[in-house]
Design a protein around this ligand. Structure first.
Ligand code: F2R
Ligand code: MG
Ligand code: MG
Length: 308
């Protein structure tokens, strides 16, 4: 693949994730009908990004600074970047507090949910930079995605969901749309994911209600990662995939972010509607790390990865 196209796909994954997050944010927790009426006059991006993007930025910043995975450093980036108004999940909020108080990054996440650890989608929603950075080495990608998830999500289903999302981003970046489900199927160990990924092809003509019943649309990683993969595969443009993902209701910012990351990695930044990019930049003018910063992170990951 021409290097310029690959650079655009790096940007597409990170910017696409932020766009999906910001578009889904105002309707998080809504029904299909409520999403429809919120966007009845068109899919205008009106919101800031949320925790999904703030944590994705932390993952990218740490990979760039450390030239690879460093758990303690990534945990510090999450703490430094934290803003409560971006709406973090309760488990992640608690873990970040313990990390800030000095607990080791390999220990803190094991305390939530009665010691079970979280299977929320908070690790999967932020994982795109790992999919990019390790896209050419699936064994390392899988291992690092599990480790990076463990900082906040120690439940095996939280970690596996993040690894599946990271691998989907990597496959999209490599242009492997057709073989995506087969490649995923060959890697996935956990039954609930194997079952849902194996259903995706059969659900291509399903209506929204059936799709939600079969794959889910909530905050559990196993009820949202397969839905994002489906949303990417069901359509042939960034725009259609992302608005479909959000139109399902439920955890709209997160399913939007994960669909945006996979779609952006496949189509490149040019495929993201210009008005969404402009609106994202404007929404972050008041001090957030906005569009230009996210593009810079993607460029740095690319530069370090290819030593250019
Ligand atoms: N926090 C939110 N949304 C809150 C509402 C915001 C809305 N816009 C409003 O203002 O009204 N969204 C963000 O949180 C999700 C990611 O969550 P994360 O980081 O995974 O958090 P947590 O708490 O670890 O897990 C999420 C929920 O999953 C259930 N759960 C997880 N593990 C469990 C276990 N072992 N046992 C039982 N339940 C478990 C819990 O309900 C957790 O709270 C994203 O949507 C992001 O956008
Ligand atoms: Mg969010
Ligand atoms: Mg969400």
């Amino acid at each position: 693949m021409i290097k310029d196209a690959l650079r655009s796909r790096f940007r597409g994954a990170l910017v696409g994730s932020a766009v999906g997050d910001a578009l889904g944010a105002p309707v998080e927790g809504c029904t299909i009908e409520e999403v429809g009426s919120f966007y009845e006059n068109g899919w205008e991006l009106k919101s800031h990004y949320t925790d999904d993007t703030e944590m994705m930025i932390g993952v990218a910043e740490s990979l760039i600074e450390r030239h690879g995975f460093d758990g303690a450093d990534m945990a510090r980036k999450f703490i430094r970047n934290y803003h409560a108004w971006r709406h973090y999940g309760p488990g992640t909020r608690a873990v970040l507090k313990w990390l800030e108080a000095g607990e080791h990054w390999e220990v803190a996440s094991k305390r939530v949910f009665n010691g079970e650890g979280s299977y929320g989608n908070g690790a999967a929603m932020r994982i795109a930079p790992i999919g990019l950075f390790y896209h050419d080495d699936v064994d390392t990608l899988w291992e690092i995605a599990h480790k990076a998830s463990h900082i906040t999500h120690s439940h095996v289903l939280g970690k596996e969901g993040a690894a599946i999302q990271a691998y989907s981003v990597a496959l999209a970046l490599r242009g492997q749309r057709e073989g995506m489900l087969t490649c995923l199927g060959a890697r996935i160990k956990e039954g609930i994911y194997r079952n849902k990924i194996s259903k995706i092809e059969r659900l291509m003509d399903a209506d929204r209600e059936l799709l939600i019943e079969e794959l889910g649309n909530d905050e559990a990683a196993f009820n949202s990662v397969p839905t994002a993969i489906f949303s990417f595969l069901r359509f042939h443009s960034f725009y259609e995939s992302v608005i479909y993902a959000i139109s399902l209701g439920g955890d709209t910012d997160t399913i939007g972010a994960m669909t945006g990351a996979i779609s952006g990695a496949y189509y490149g930044e040019e495929a993201i509607p210009q008005e969404w990019l402009t609106a994202l930049a404007k929404a972050e003018d008041e001090g957030g790390k906005g569009l230009r910063y996210i593009e810079w992170l993607a460029d740095e990951l690319y530069r370090i990865k290819f030593n250019v």
